[in-house]
Design a protein around this ligand. Structure first.
Ligand SMILES: [Zn+2]
Ligand SMILES: [Zn+2]
Length: 207
C-alpha cells in the first residue's frame, strides 16, 4: 500500500510523515550513540519521521497490545552493513497509555538536510503489487524495488528467522509530491522486520 504523502498539518494524534510524535513526558527520547557516524560526531537525538496508527493502517504487523508504529531517523550519515544513510529506530506503542506528552521534541545539533522530511499527511492508496511491477513510492508491505543493488536476503540476528520489508521510504513519490528527503542516489530506504517478532533488531537497506 502506498502511503501517498501530501503536504499538510498533522497532529500527534494523526498518522503522518514529519509531524509531531505522540511521545510520553516520562519516557527518554531515542538517541543515537554515534558509533556508526561518518565522520564520528557523537550522539544525537533521533528525529520523528513517520507515525502510523493501526486504525489507518491495519496491514502493518502490529504486535499484540500496540496500535502505533513510530519511525525515527538519526539524520546523519551512517555506515551500516547494507546502507549508507540515516539510522532507523522503530517504536511500537500502545497510544491509549500515553497521557502527558513531551513538551518539545529534542533537536539534533547537526543534520544532513537530505534526510529531514517535510511535514505530510497521508492519503493511502491500496493496491495489489506484483513482483514484476514494483512501485518505488513510500509504502508498507509489497515488494522491494531493487535499483542499484541486487536482491539481499535479510535474516534476524536474534532468532535467525526471515526478515521482511515492512516499510519503504522513497525519494520520489508517484504523485510527484515528494517528501524532499533523499536516500542514496534518489533511492529508497527499506526497513526489514523479523517475521517472528517485529521488535527483534531490524534490517536497514538503502538502494
Ligand atoms: Zn546516528
Ligand atoms: Zn527474530
Amino acid at each position: 500500500m502506498l502511503l501517498n504523502p501530501l503536504e499538510g498539518d498533522p497532529t500527534d494524534a494523526d498518522s503522518h510523515i514529519g509531524g509531531p510524535m505522540l511521545w510520553p513526558i516520562d519516557e527518554p527520547w531515542p538517541h543515537c550513540d554515534g558509533a556508526a557516524h561518518d565522520p564520528a560526531s557523537g550522539g544525537e537525538p533521533f528525529v520523528g519521521a513517520v507515525q502510523l496508527y493501526r486504525r489507518d493502517f491495519p496491514e502493518v504487523p502490529f504486535p499484540e497490545g500496540t496500535d502505533l508504529l513510530q519511525v525515527f531517523l538519526c539524520t546523519l550519515h551512517h555506515d551500516l552493513p547494507h546502507a549508507y544513510g540515516p539510522d532507523v529506530r522503530l517504536v511500537w506503542r500502545d497510544s491509549t497509555t500515553v497521557f502527558e506528552l513531551i513538551e518539545e521534541e529534542p533537536e539534533p545539533h547537526a543534520q544532513v538536510e537530505a534526510y529531514v522530511p517535510t511535514v505530510n499527511v497521508l492519503e493511502p492508496i491500496r493496491y495489489t503489487e506484483h513482483a514484476d511491477k514494483v512501485s518505488g513510492g513510500t509504502k508498507i508491505g509489497g515488494w522491494t524495488a531493487w535499483w542499484q543493488s541486487g536482491p539481499v536476503e535479510f535474516t534476524c540476528p536474534d532468532c535467525g528467522a526471515e526478515q521482511r520489508q515492512t516499510l519503504s521510504l522513497a525519494t520520489h513519490e508517484p504523485s510527484g509530491d515528494d517528501v524532499e528527503w533523499e536516500f542514496g542516489r534518489e533511492g529508497n530506504l527499506n526497513i526489514f522486520t523479523c517475521v517472528r517478532d517485529v521488535r527483534h533488531p531490524i534490517g536497514v537497506h538503502v538502494d
